[in-house]
Design a protein. Structure first.
Lengths: 272, 108
């Protein structure tokens, strides 16, 4: 009897700790569907520009001469330059690295970790005896901007195998945990307060948060990745940001991108 | 009379010297106290960093404490170090609380 009770308690606590990711995603999408009943779910890929008509009009004008265009061109050129051993980025990815961004991040069972596109780019370089790129540097932005550009229009279909559940859960926990002296979670701004304004800025919905990276931000004056934004978000609430491509941020990206499954990839993008 | 004067001068010299020593030892004690506070705050901040819950304010306050200590402003150093310890402990308390509290924010 005690054994049976023990098994039931263990199974119950496992269920509590590891909810089914698809149930999570359904509830996540439902939350935004109810919150923004007049916004098409797919439109959230444009972030705050899906929620504010005036800002959207300005942004669409900006997109006529997109500031990330040069980054895509630079990335195309860098992507095709062979490494010193004659290999290239194309040799490291499926389909020669064209139209693969929507597969990332993915859980790698062998290393028991989440592999983001940026990490895969640096792993490719390491495997070919090239120095790794700075995750916050221009070159990484250029290459991932080009790779994202080749994936435009593709739908995210991130998989969470059993082995990846712990990483997914850690990312989920990070998203909902309050941190910093302001005591804010990612969800505080992008779920609870989504659609409201912080000073002049409209807070975007998290559904669609992972679709458009890397992005040219006027504030940064460069194309930067999602982890750069994570660092900035953490610091804005008074928390110490983590290292780009740290395990915690990769797990957070894994969770967020899974929440975006079924949405269209529209990176690179421009943001204020 | 001369002996009395000599005695007075010697006594006052000893008194000044003792007073100065006591001020020095008080200053050293305060310096040790400030250093202990800085060490405690640094340790708590490191723990908060390991738990991915450190606050940027703690680093700023620790920096203020170290700069004030370097400038021999023990009062300002102590105030900043105490605040750094407070914020580092608050970050750890937040990490403890959030270990379970996050679950209620997940939409069902």
């Amino acid at each position: 009897m005690k054994f049976l009770l023990g098994v039931l308690i263990t199974l119950g606590s496992m269920g509590y700790a590891y909810a089914d990711p698809e149930s999570d995603r359904t509830a996540f999408v439902k939350f935004y569907a109810e919150r923004f009943s007049n916004v098409d779910m797919q439109d959230h890929k444009d972030g705050a520009y899906a929620l504010d008509k005036a800002k959207r009009a300005q942004w669409l004008e900006m997109e006529e001469f997109p500031p990330y265009e040069l980054a895509v061109d630079e990335g195309r050129a860098l992507f095709s330059v062979p490494f010193s051993n004659g290999e290239s980025y194309a040799s490291c990815f499926d389909d020669q690295g064209i139209s693969v961004k929507q597969q990332f991040p993915k859980f790698d069972v062998a290393s028991n970790s989440v592999i983001t596109l940026e990490l895969a780019v640096n792993q490719c370089r390491q495997a070919n005896n090239e120095p790794v790129l700075d995750y916050l540097g221009d070159e990484m932005g250029y290459i991932t901007a080009y790779m994202a550009f080749t994936s435009r229009g593709e739908l995210f279909d991130i998989q969470v195998p059993d082995a990846g559940l712990a990483a997914y859960e850690q990312g989920k926990q990070f998203f909902y945990e309050r941190r910093g002296k302001l005591d804010f979670a990612c969800s505080s701004c992008h779920m609870t307060a989504a659609g409201n304004s912080l000073r002049a800025e409209v807070l975007s919905a998290s559904v669609g948060h992972a679709t458009h990276w890397p992005a040219y931000r006027f504030k940064w004056e460069q194309v930067g990745g999602l982890h750069k934004r994570f660092i900035e978000c953490n610091e804005q609430v008074g928390a110490v940001g983590l290292a780009p491509q740290s395990e915690a941020y990769r797990n957070l990206e894994y969770f967020l991108t899974y929440m975006n499954n079924g949405m269209e990839l529209n990176g690179p993008a421009s943001r204020k | 009379m001369n002996n009395l004067m000599i005695l007075l001068v010697l006594t006052s010299t000893f008194m000044v010297s003792a007073c100065s020593e006591s001020q020095e030892s008080a200053g050293a004690a305060q310096g040790n106290e400030v250093q202990a506070l800085i060490d405690q705050a640094t340790a708590a901040d490191q723990l908060a960093r390991q738990r991915q819950h450190a606050w940027t304010l703690t680093s700023d306050l620790l920096q203020d404490a170290i700069i004030a200590q370097g400038a021999n402003d023990e009062v300002a150093a102590k105030v900043a170090a105490e605040r750094a310890l407070f914020t580092a402990n608050a970050a750890l308390a937040q990490a403890d609380k959030e270990q379970q509290a996050w679950r209620v924010r997940v939409p069902r």
